[in-house]
Design a protein around this ligand. Structure first.
Ligand code: TYD
Length: 320
């Protein structure tokens, strides 16, 4: 956004919990168009005083607890950040006035699709049908956003994107987890039989879609984002091993995730037809760029893997 809109001032409000990392912002911290504020979106005092001071005109809520396995381990924080945090942000928008509040949601609010019906896709009209405490918290927030549109006429939009991958992704998610572990010749924990399907989108394509929606999307509308790029988890892991020239014997099948969604697949026709959005990065190219980024930015993820994250990893997987 800073590259694209040199006249914009971007304020980043982030609580810097386990997945937040100032090193991620090192390239922009000195940019006069950028401001960082450490704070929790659920903290009304911080949020309201920031709005009072800065009077933002567009608010994009990217802040979320987003890891399904963590939500199974401890649901509470998901409700606090994802639901209450959204309410606090929207109340600040109501009080101080806003041109647009955009909620970054997820395709997980639709639940999952069967593996034997490749003809089925999530559309914006697919009923909400959540599986995990994480997706239930995101669906709750989506309902609240639509309620604020109807009741308070808050100018909102919602996007529901498929799985993202790319630089700076915290190494608890499938792709960076497998890249960083393969580089260390550690076992790669694949849940169940590895046949679950995810619809992968390069992170910059998600960003370009949000950019379009906040500037040109219709108020009160939901837009699905996805690039028709379905892969089984095993296909993804094998691709990573191939690019890194590591043996498939690193693959280790572990106990399945409880309630594990079988397949996600987005129908992106609405955002394509209305806003002309199309993804720019093919998976083969995106995965290579991502792997190169992790190879070139070892200190970024090594600091994470060596820290608190290590204890969490041991607890969740009980393998070394
Ligand atoms: P994840 O990156 O957690 O995203 P989500 O659950 O939101 O789709 O997981 C992507 C897929 O990879 C999902 O089917 C679970 C699977 N998975 C594994 O097999 N092993 C792992 O260690 C992780 C983190 C995920």
């Amino acid at each position: 956004m800073l590259k694209q809109y040199t006249e914009y001032k971007i304020i980043c409000l982030d609580a810097l919990t386990y997945a937040g990392n100032m090193e991620t912002l090192s390239d922009v911290l000195d940019n006069p168009q950028f401001m960082f504020v450490k704070g929790d979106i659920a903290d009304q005092v911080i949020v309201f005083s920031l709005f009072e001071q800065e009077k933002p005109d567009i608010v994009v809520n990217f802040a979320a607890e987003s890891h399904v396995d963590r939500s199974i381990d401890n649901p509470r924080i998901f409700l606090e950040t994802n639901i209450i945090g959204t309410q606090v942000l929207m109340d600040a928008c109501r009080k101080y006035g806003i041109k647009r509040f955009h909620q970054v949601s997820t395709d997980e609010v639709y639940g999952d699709l069967p593996l034997d019906r490749p003809d089925l896709f999530f559309t914006e009209d697919t009923p909400l049908h959540t599986s995990s405490p994480y997706s239930a918290s995101k669906a709750s927030a989506d309902l609240l956003v639509l309620a604020y549109y109807r009741t308070f006429k808050l100018p909102v939009t919602i996007s529901r994107c498929s799985n993202n991958y790319g630089p700076y992704q915290f190494p608890e998610k499938l792709i960076p987890l497998m890249i960083t572990r393969a580089l260390a010749d550690q076992p790669l924990p694949v849940y169940g039989n590895g046949e679950n399907v995810r619809d992968w989108l390069y992170v910059e394509d998600h960003c370009s879609a949000i950019d379009l929606i906040i500037h040109k999307g219709r108020e009160g509308e939901v837009y699905n984002i996805g690039g028709h790029n379905e892969k089984t988890n095993l296909e993804v892991v094998k691709t990573i091993l191939r690019v890194l020239n590591k043996p498939e014997s690193l693959i280790t099948y572990v106990k399945d995730r409880p309630g594990h969604d079988l397949r996600y697949a987005i129908d992106p026709s609405k955002i394509h037809n209305e806003l002309g959005w199309l993804p720019a990065t093919k998976f083969d190219e995106g995965i290579k760029k991502t792997i190169e980024w992790y190879l070139d930015n070892k200190p970024w993820w090594e600091h994470i893997v060596n820290g608190e994250y290590r204890d969490y990893y041991d607890k969740m997987y009980s393998i070394k």
